[in-house]
Design a protein around this ligand. Structure first.
Ligand SMILES: [Zn+2]
Length: 267
């Protein structure tokens, strides 16, 4: 399987030349499971780049596109209105997530915010409310709750004898949700986790729903994870700061990497 990062930034795509290496697109992760089998996690602005890539490389592709949303905060949904396949009549798009998917996207594209109503998009879009594990394209996708204002879903994906965990937008709660995160990450080949805050920033950001590299390392160690991908970089951290967090994490957990746009990992 192959993982491709289309957006690793949190909150807002705030570009600067000092952020070229890690990029500024907001969350979107593609998991490919061989020919025409892929799962997409989150629809941040990285999804726009992915849609462009899809239309350039496989313009006649009529696969069903499966998008799993963690939650509905802007940085995780903002790419959908600009995702090229939504304008293709032959595209089938299934969006998995919490209840109210249709309501959220209908509101996002209402006048005067967007010129085309959600219901008028040419693609065949279906919303799927996900509560229990889903078997799809040979993968088992297990949703679980993480700690974030207004709720957020983490995903454990088991396929081809590998385990990938996507846990963005989460803050340690010191209790039940920490245990849920560790148990769902158990033995993972890759943990992709929110690492938004620096250790200095953390003190003033209680309740914002984000973690530090140190929190990520803690989960990776407790869960016996093989590789850790630091994700959801703060929008105002430049490349130097994101490299710094990677090197701090590596001192405690050598297999730590900061996710960057167009990064590809193979398992
Ligand atoms: Zn976010």
């Amino acid at each position: 399987m192959k993982i491709r990062i289309w957006g690793a930034r949190g909150s807002v795509p705030c570009f600067s030349k000092k952020k070229n290496h890690f990029g500024t697109n907001t969350p979107c992760v593609e998991l490919s499971l061989g020919h025409e089998r892929r799962l997409i996690f989150d629809a941040g602005t990285g999804l726009v780049s992915m849609g462009n890539h899809m239309s350039e490389h496989r313009p006649k592709d009529a696969e069903t596109i499966n998008i799993f949303l963690s939650h509905f905060h802007w940085d995780h949904i903002q790419g959908l209105p600009f995702f090229k396949p939504v304008f293709r009549r032959d595209a089938k798009i299934h969006i998995y997530g919490k209840e109210e998917i249709e309501k959220v996207f209908s509101s996002q594209m209402i006048t005067p915010f967007y010129p085309v109503p959600f219901g008028a998009l040419p693609a065949q879009i279906e919303a799927v409310h996900l509560e229990s594990p889903e078997e799809l394209l040979g993968a088992r996708i297990t949703p679980f709750q993480v700690n974030h204002p207004q709720g957020c879903i983490g995903y454990r994906i088991e396929a081809e004898a590998k385990v990938i965990v996507y846990a963005t937008d989460t803050e340690p709660d010191g209790g039940r949700l920490d245990e849920i995160l560790v148990s769902h990450s158990a033995g993972a080949d890759l943990l992709i986790m929110d690492s938004n805050n620096s250790l200095e920033e953390e003190k003033d950001r209680k309740g914002w729903g984000h973690s530090t590299w140190k929190d990520c390392v803690g989960v990776a160690q407790k869960a016996g994870v093989k590789k850790l991908l630091l994700f959801h970089h703060d929008p105002f951290h430049d490349d130097e700061q994101v490299f710094e967090k990677e090197s701090l994490a590596r001192k405690e957990f050598p297999e730590s990497y900061s996710a960057y746009e167009e990064m590809v990992l193979e398992f």
